[in-house]
Write a protein that binds this ligand. Structure first.
Ligand code: SF4
Length: 304
């Protein structure tokens, strides 16, 4: 029997690999076209200097060294039977294919690495990159994590996402054609969004060949444009109870086969300005599980 009333990542990994699986967050030394001027300067308004990879290992180290360090850190917390190399920081398909291939193959060559997860933008998946991903997917377990954040084009413009929804749709279709599982990254609590906007994003995801979803609470990090909006009161982060209510609605409306990779998200403590309640991740998850139980909510229960 499932531990939670939704398809959790732990259960998915356990079914796939038969044991506890840990992800090692890596920094491949890439940048992002939304920051280097190719699309825009400055990036998405919430993006910190670490390019959404504030927990990734040190880019000054080789991929092999980062993985060794990540394994040692993981072992201090709990034993994992195997590991996934998670290319997390910035845009991990934004480099010549020869560079990408070398980084990904270095990761795969390390002991106990059973797969690769690559976080990227949907506008950085040209034919050459897709060919490389297809090649990798034939050798190992591969997931591609695509930033969507919202399906509301107005919000996407405001946060400076840098591409229209049609680009996401094309990328999802291309990856699906190659049988590469897609994890969509969605942010709850973006500036100006109502609950209905966020539920529309869930409905948008449901219509696509999406394997997994990350539901990430909007964090305000120091040094970002969002931080400036927060300081003037123009942006108000979600409160604890409102967030939990929202998660319940999202889960009840999410297609049953979609694996939920994340329900909270971590903000780097040294950069986090708000909301501080999110630092108590265990409490947030426990409260969510209690609320789901009290309300008799399970994944997809509100879909007919
Ligand atoms: S796409 Fe990612 S790395 Fe690039 S600016 Fe946006 S959040 Fe930052």
């Amino acid at each position: 029997m499932a531990q939670y009333p939704y398809r959790s990542l732990n259960e998915y990994y356990r079914t796939l690999f038969g044991g506890k699986t840990a992800k090692i967050s890596l920094d491949g030394g890439f940048t992002c076209p939304n920051r280097d001027g190719t699309i825009a300067h400055g990036g998405c308004i919430f993006c910190s200097a670490g390019g959404s990879g504030d927990f990734a290992e040190d880019a000054a180290l080789s991929i092999a060294q980062q993985i060794a360090r990540g394994k040692a850190q993981t072992k201090e917390k709990w034993p994992a039977a195997c590991y996934i190399a998670y290319f997390q920081a910035f845009t991990n398909t934004y480099a010549p294919v020869t560079v990408l291939r070398a980084k990904f193959e270095e990761a795969l060559a390390q002991q106990d690495i059973v797969g690769i997860s690559i976080a990227t933008r949907p506008d950085c998946l040209g034919e050459d990159v897709l060919a490389l991903l297809q090649e990798l997917s034939l050798k190992t377990k591969l997931w591609v994590e695509l930033g969507l954040q919202t399906s509301n084009e107005n919000t996407a413009g405001f946060i400076r996402r840098g591409y229209p929804n049609s680009v996401f749709l094309d990328a999802a279709a291309n990856l699906h054609r190659l049988h590469i599982p897609i994890v969509a990254h969605v942010i709850l609590g973006l500036p100006g969004e109502t609950a209905e906007d966020m539920l529309h994003t869930i409905a948008f995801i449901n219509r696509l060949p999406i394997h997994g979803i990350k539901l990430q609470l909007m964090h305000v990090l120091a040094g970002t444009e969002l931080a400036e909006l927060y300081k003037t009161g123009a942006y108000v982060p979600l409160e604890h109870d409102a967030y939990l209510e929202l998660l319940c609605r999202c889960i009840s409306l999410l297609r049953k086969d979609i694996v939920i990779y994340r329900l909270t998200g971590d903000g780097d403590k040294s950069l986090l300005l708000a909301p501080f309640w999110s630092l108590h991740k265990r409490e947030v998850l426990n409260s969510l599980h209690k609320l789901l139980k009290d309300k008799h909510i399970s994944q997809g229960i509100s879909l007919n």
